[in-house]
Design a protein around this ligand. Structure first.
Ligand code: SAH
Length: 355
């Protein structure tokens, strides 16, 4: 027995951790799972429900003023603020409480922090905790299905506005990655499949002055895209069209982009969509795939896992844990060559050329 091992803590054949170093790492992870998850999210939810982030965004204030603004009991609010301080959301200075820059960025004023904010996710997750995640055992028993307050896929403008608002809220590094690495020199016409509200198209038009984009989306999203493009003076360059990316052919262009579209789809679905891209391109045309990484065993993707858990309660779902390493082979099968791969910001970017 080495010095790091101790006497059995358990019955002799138990398969639990025997090594104290391994156990210490396990403690950290288990505490994260049970205590950290609880404290982090529920403090954020409380602050958000109370309007505390908004109240604090206007600058340092004493507890009494914040209690007044949020309709809370000062002594209780103080303990919530102290907890927020412990987890890096708030600071107290000379009797006044303020938010940390981190809290300001992610939890206040979503319109100012448009492309990197957690505000819509906090309300979405709060609703899902109450209606769904808290009942996951019953979902697994088959007693409850997934239902979301906003229909998915979206049918009305309001439905699409809800989901597009969510998608655009963590798009900053996606835009940056594409601007830095997508090879669009000489490309005149890009097809942006499932192009969201157009923020990616706009950012690429900004970098490539001769680029035109045809953005494919659901009918319910088209006006949102058009309004977004009009507000940026890009109506002439970005055209939104209703094309069902699963069922219809794609318009012709000289590059096709799939940004955050293919990552959850199995090999068969990915192949089907990449064939459509192939059909829409001339020889020498490019396909660009930007995916979140969801298959790294050392780094579970919790953003994706929140969606994947929802699929437990659906009788049909395309969500999978496809390893992006299959793309080179898959792209070659479909007729693309010169495959390259870049990795940054927990995303991968595959690019290939039609042979
Ligand atoms: N590419 C964007 C948005 C990804 S979210 C980004 O990375 O931010 C998926 C997008 O596909 C949404 O805009 C959604 O409305 C659209 N979409 C969903 N189903 C679709 C379908 N069947 N045909 C075309 N677009 C679809």
């Amino acid at each position: 027995m080495t010095s790091s091992q101790t006497q059995y803590r358990c019955f002799p054949n138990c398969r639990c951790m025997r090594d104290d170093e391994e156990l210490a790492r396990g403690v950290e992870r288990a505490y994260e799972m049970v205590f950290k998850g609880t404290v982090d999210f529920f403090v954020i939810k409380a602050a958000s429900d109370l309007g505390l982030f908004e109240a604090m965004a206007s600058g340092p204030q004493p507890v009494a003023a914040l209690a007044e603004a949020t309709g809370t009991v000062p002594a209780r609010l103080e303990r919530l603020l102290i907890t927020m301080e412990q987890v890096g959301l708030a600071r107290a200075l000379e009797g006044a409480w303020r938010l940390t820059p981190f809290a300001e960025q992610f939890f206040t004023a979503q319109d100012q922090h448009r492309n990197m904010t957690m505000v819509p996710f906090v309300s979405y997750m709060s609703d899902l905790i109450q209606s769904y995640y808290a009942n996951l055992a019953d979902v697994t028993r088959g007693k409850l299905d997934f239902t979301s307050q906003v229909p998915h896929p979206p049918r009305t403008r309001e439905d699409s506005a809800f989901y597009e608002n969510i998608h655009r809220s963590n798009i900053h590094f996606v835009q940056k990655f594409l601007r830095d690495k997508a090879r669009l020199e000489g490309v005149r016409h890009l097809i942006d499949v499932g192009g969201g509200i157009g923020d990616i198209a706009a950012s690429l038009c900004d970098k490539y002055p001769d680029l035109r984009v045809t953005l494919l989306n659901l009918p319910s999203a088209l006006d949102l895209v058009r309004e977004n493009m009009a507000a940026r003076g890009l109506s002439e360059r970005v055209t939104a069209v209703a094309v069902d990316m699963y069922r219809e052919a794609y318009p012709e262009g000289d590059a096709v982009l799939f940004a955050r579209i293919l990552y959850p789809m199995n090999r068969q679905f990915s192949t089907m969509l990449l064939k459509k891209a192939h059909d829409a391109l001339p020889r020498g045309g490019r396909v660009i795939i930007l995916d979140m990484i969801i298959s790294d065993p050392a780094r579970p993707n919790y953003d994706y896992l929140t969606h994947y858990l929802c699929s437990i309660g659906m009788n049909f779902s395309v969500l999978e844990f496809k390893d992006h390493a299959i793309y080179p082979e898959l792209l070659q099968e479909v007729g693309f060559g010169d495959v390259t791969c870049d990795e940054a910001y927990d995303h991968v970017l595959y690019q290939a050329v039609k042979q």
